[in-house]
Design a protein around this ligand. Sequence first.
Ligand SMILES: Nc1ncnc2c1ncn2[C@@H]1O[C@H](COP(=O)(O)OP(=O)(O)OP(=O)(O)O)[C@@H](O)[C@H]1O
Ligand SMILES: [Mg+2]
Length: 219
Amino acid sequence: MNLAESGEKRAPAAGNVPGRKPLFVVLEGPDASGKTTQLKLLSQELTQRGIPHITTREPGSTQVGEALRRVLLDPKQQIRPLTELLLMVADRHEHVEGVIRPALAAGKWVLCSRYTMSSLAYQGHGRGLDLALIRELNRLATGGLEPDYVFLLDLPPQEAYRRTQMRDRFEGEGLTFFTQVRAGYLELIRNLPRGYLIDATAPPHEICREILARLPLSG
Ligand SMILES: Nc1ncnc2c1ncn2[C@@H]1O[C@H](COP(=O)(O)OP(=O)(O)OP(=O)(O)O)[C@@H](O)[C@H]1O
Ligand SMILES: [Mg+2]
């Protein structure tokens, strides 16, 4: 007799259940799409539910990663596309091994701003590097660790452009670059199981509610 026939209640959703696999949740989207804002709001919600978790971001979040971040985002640096990709995946390897895997192993959810999809969208669709090469480097850097959920905070390029005010090297790129990155993101998220498209022009609390509704939480 299976559970449905027995009329027993189904097991509660993950998150509140000790011993259940912690989730790896990634937020993607262009600069200023609200990733950091949402990480904070989601973190508050998980804390309220007593779910142990960390928030983290790429590039950065390790000692080597923060040094790489400074170089990667510095508007004064001129970086070739392939160099940019290699530095991003180097950062990712440090991040996965030094932060993400240890947190998951300790039973903590990982809420992460940017991951493998950023390299595909920016260095692939934005800079024109080969997508198969990026996928291979991503696999190498992550050892095949895939997120359980990816939320794409989608913003029209004009709106992203307006919000950024060109604070870093990527944000200094023109509207054409942002348009290519967005088109890439939309294609990537469509083809990803457990990938969700979120309208990032909505108010922050609405966006947070929408993300929470898709996560396996109870209460
Ligand atoms: N839903 C929203 N509606 C309007 N403005 C927002 C929204 N979410 C965030 N913002 C504003 O947009 C700016 C960028 O937000 P935030 O830093 O969270 O984005 P981000 O995706 O983390 O950016 P970055 O890629 O540069 O780290 C901030 O000024 C923030 O207050
Ligand atoms: Mg941010």
